[in-house]
Design a protein around this ligand. Sequence first.
Ligand code: SAM
Length: 267
Amino acid sequence: VATPIGNLDDITLRAINTLKQVDIIIAEDTRHSLKLLNHLEITKPLISYHRHNEEEKTDMILNKIEEGNNIALISDAGTPVISDPGEFIVKEALERNIDVVPIPGACAIITALMAAGVNTRNFTFYGFLSLNKKIRTKELEQIKDNNNTVILYEAPHKIKNTMQDLENYVDDRKIVIARELTKIHEEYIRGKISELISRKEEIKGEYVILLDLNDNEQEDCSKKEMPLEEQYEYYEKKGLEKKEIIKQIAKDRNTNKNEIYQKFLKK
Ligand code: SAM
């Protein structure tokens, strides 16, 4: 069951009803979740379930379901399973033919995308970049080759370091930091990576990082002034329809759409 990512009103009626109806709630941090449950006036037995005990507790929890209990899984905030515990128990439950029902709601990735003003057609979510140097390098290499919007989660004290790594791999691209979403200090900070790195004030709170690599690629493409055919194929590979490609080429070349259209009549 998804719970709010800040504003306590961001919970669905179905989520509230489900939490009222289940026999047991499993939560990442039971003390943290108690605040939400008290606010909703829901009293249920709670079982703590987090990254460090998920494998050990899964069997016991699934046994309880097989004994006839309905159980809801929540995380500290947002959608469980997404950069939060849950993937393991969902897989195990399915192995044991136990029904798993998603109750959707707030999710920081989607909330951030809603007002970031970036390309939302294709996006790649990396979650938190790995702290393991080798894996992190691999992830950064993948980001470098990515033409989509890249979305990352990051912990507050690691943001500068992560932005520095991003700058090293993707150059000084445009970046959006969606901060404290749904909370009082909600803010979208936009700029080039270097501008955000050199900011004097610390970027406090929780945030989602969005890199619109697609947008930058389009700018690069117009700068390079590649041959028309090549430019057409470039956009075709990105999945654009003929009409959209012609519009985009006309925009890149600052020319009339009909002129470009004439050149691609036979396509
Ligand atoms: N499962 C949750 C979800 O998808 O909504 C995310 C859990 S993850 C452990 C926590 C990270 O999500 C934070 O470090 C931050 O990157 C992002 N996040 C959670 N709440 C946020 C908020 N209100 N504003 C911005 N980012 C948030």
